[in-house]
Design a binder for this molecule. Structure first.
Ligand code: PBG
Length: 330
């Protein structure tokens, strides 16, 4: 009688391993982020120093790059904008001719099938770099919650008008999913889903993104609105609130250091769960790979698999475009 477990039986050949494989990263699970710059310089294409392989792109360069990626099987993008001018109230974020609105219209014209997600937040458009409006009282500066909601809702509606398929609020103001849902419905966009950055931590892993999107807060930090990395029960409260406000997707961000949270959200709710493998996660893998310290492709794939295994249905990842180009995901 056999007396111990022979796990190796099912690992003997590649075909056997594939037969019993439980998780897989598929092209249709991945969303590629792009940074589009409002500029008159059509050939503008600036490497993001802290994110090797990623660029800030003019609308024209963006069109070329996405065109190639779509040929390689790209299905979904999430767009971030870098406006010409910033101000205290983030006007360019909800301007009908804002850079994201222009990029969305371009995408829908050129590739009607492409799923276009827009990040809804003020931090790329405010001169102070915070995700909401600032109020100064007795020398104390706070990020105003309720007054910000109106502007976020306006941003979401302007994205939907431009043709966005999904809007994704990343600001972490309380009540923003409801405010956006109501505004979308009122404007006739009751069919446009909200992908809420429901569980978003105040993470140091966003460092490289803030160079990419030129969105670092000019003073202070985001700890009064983004979550404390030490907390997990709080993630359930945030996600519950967004479910009640009728979010269509729940996102956890960052992804790699928060796999327990992804699993918890997956087990607790039945909405699609998205995970954002953020800039710092990407940059660390790229940096170590460039030094020859790790096998970058293998580590990147293993990280994506870990995120899927934890329960994410879809992943926003900077590896998407390159992995498709090289046939590493299909
Ligand atoms: C905007 C936003 C951020 C990211 C996505 N949307 C930055 C932040 O909250 O500071 C981070 C994405 C990344 O690091 O790749 N609020």
């Amino acid at each position: 009688m056999a007396d111990f477990f022979r796990g190796r039986r099912l690992r003997r050949t590649a075909a056997l391993r594939e037969l019993v494989r439980e998780n897989e990263v598929r092209a249709q699970d991945l969303i590629m982020p792009y940074f589009v710059v409002d500029t008159d310089d059509a050939s503008f294409r600036k490497p993001i120093g802290s994110m090797p392989g990623q660029y800030q792109l003019s609308l024209q360069e963006f069109e070329k790059q996405v065109g190639a990626a779509v040929k390689n099987g790209l299905r979904s993008v999430i767009l971030f904008g870098i406006p010409k001018t910033k101000d205290g109230v983030g006007s360019e974020g909800y301007a009908d001719d804002g850079i994201v609105q222009k990029a969305v219209r371009l995408c829908k014209q050129r590739w009607p099938e492409l799923v276009v997600v827009t990040d809804v937040c003020l931090c790329e458009y405010t001169d102070h770099g915070h995700c909401g409006l600032l109020r100064k009282e007795n020398g104390e500066v706070t990020v105003e919650n309720d007054a910000t909601l109106t502007l976020l809702a306006r941003t979401a509606v302007s994205h939907a008008k431009a043709g966005a398929d999904i809007v994704a609020p990343s600001d972490m103001m309380d009540g923003r999913v409801l405010a956006i849902r109501e505004a979308l419905d009122e404007a006739g966009f009751d069919n446009i889903p909200v992908m809420s950055y429901a569980v978003k931590y105040a993470s140091a892993f966003y460092g490289p993104f803030r160079e990419a999107a030129e969105s670092a807060p000019q003073s202070g930090d985001r700890k009064s609105y983004q979550m404390d990395p030490a907390n997990s029960r709080e993630a359930l409260r945030e996600a519950t609130a967004d479910v009640l406000e009728e979010a269509d997707f729940l996102m956890v961000k960052p992804a790699g250091p928060y796999l327990d949270i992804i699993r918890m959200v997956r087990d607790e709710f039945d909405l699609p769960v998205a995970a954002y493998q953020v800039s710092g996660e990407y940059s660390m893998i790229m940096a170590a790979a460039q030094n020859g310290w790790i096998n970058g492709d293998a580590v990147a794939m293993e990280s994506l698999l870990g995120i899927k295994r934890a329960g994410a249905d879809l992943i926003i990842s900077y590896f998407t475009e390159d992995f498709l180009a090289r046939g590493l995901v299909k």
